[in-house]
Design a protein around this ligand. Structure first.
Ligand code: CP
Ligand code: NVA
Length: 299
């Protein structure tokens, strides 16, 4: 049987994603230490970039379900010395039950998936961060119910998180209002595929009108550290602050995948304020990914 992969939110059907979110909510509410579906199962985790949440949530999730996880960095494996991805994918997937990768280039993950005989999960690339969206959607469903027909506002860089929000707008059927500098818009192909669901605005206040959820992310992602100063200048008018939240609905939520830079993309007042749900959002990485692993491994 061909393995299912989770490289993009579009790899699962909308119905499968909704089922997965409900399963994540259930797993969080009813933790059963005797439920050990991953007994003897191993997840290999390849990290080319730093991580706190992704590493810990996958590792803890595997352990809680009776399995184990291997942390692999290119520095300590032959991947860092140029062993072909094709060979690495064939070898690693012959020994483990699932592979999660966090890589600089999206193509590294798609190549791995092509040659892997076990499911491959995208733990963040330069293009997409679909695991974060599972947690974000779980958080919204838990706190506010179905997100279908709601308005989500994205402020800031048209980056991997923004691309995943666009895909989520398609799969979960919400409207996505984006405010970002013209030269930092998300990829046109991804935007076009979402059709009428995505709209662009000039200012955060315009984009946040009547929003149910306001989301942002760092101005300089991992690998863009040398652009930090330039980006601080370009993005200075694309901050989530009390003016942005005032434009949104009174009960709007604020989310951020973390790590955050207070005073840059979001003020401390907002991210540490009553509308912010960043910590349940971070915790839900654990529950959502347990549901994802269960879906992929226990088929
Ligand atoms: N949000 C997220 O993916 O966090 P980490 O970089 O800490 O894994
Ligand atoms: N856009 C950020 C997300 C970090 C979780 C990055 O790629 O660094």
């Amino acid at each position: 049987m061909q393995p299912r992969h989770f490289i993009s939110l579009l790899d699962l059907s909308s119905a499968e994603l909704h089922t997965l979110i409900q399963r994540a909510i259930q797993l969080k509410a009813h933790r059963d230490p005797n439920y050990q579906p991953f007994k003897g199962k191993v997840l290999a985790m390849i990290f080319e970039k730093s991580s706190t949440r992704t590493r810990i949530s996958f590792e803890a999730g595997m352990a809680q379900f009776g399995g184990s996880a291997l942390f692999l960095s290119p520095r300590d494996t032959q991947l860092g010395r140029g062993e072909p991805l094709e060979d690495s994918a064939k070898v690693i997937s012959s020994m483990v039950d699932c592979i999660m990768l966090r890589t600089n280039n999206h193509e590294t993950v798609t190549t791995f998936a092509k040659y892997s005989r076990v499911p491959v999960i995208n733990g963040l690339t330069d293009l997409l961060h679909p695991c974060q969206l599972l947690a974000d959607m779980q958080t919204y469903f838990e706190l506010r119910g179905d997100i279908a027909g709601k308005t989500v506002t994205w402020i800031g860089d048209g980056n991997n998180m923004c691309h995943s929000y666009i895909n989520a707008a398609r799969q979960f059927d919400f409207k996505l209002n984006i405010a970002c500098p013209i030269d930092y818009r998300p990829q046109q192909g991804i935007v076009d595929a979402a059709g009428h669901r995505v709209a662009f605005f000039n200012t955060p206040e315009q984009a946040a009108q009547q929003a149910d959820l306001v989301v942002t992310d760092v101005w300089a992602s991992m690998g863009q550290e040398e652009e930090q100063k330039k980006r601080e200048f370009v993005f200075k008018d694309f901050q989530v602050n009390s003016k942005t939240m005032a434009a949104a609905k009174a009960d709007a939520l604020f989310m951020h995948c973390l790590p955050a830079h207070r005073g840059e993309e979001v003020t401390a007042e907002v991210i540490d304020g009553p509308q912010s749900v960043i910590f349940p959002e971070a915790e839900n990485r654990l529950h959502a990914q347990k549901a994802l692993l269960e879906f992929l491994i226990c088929r």
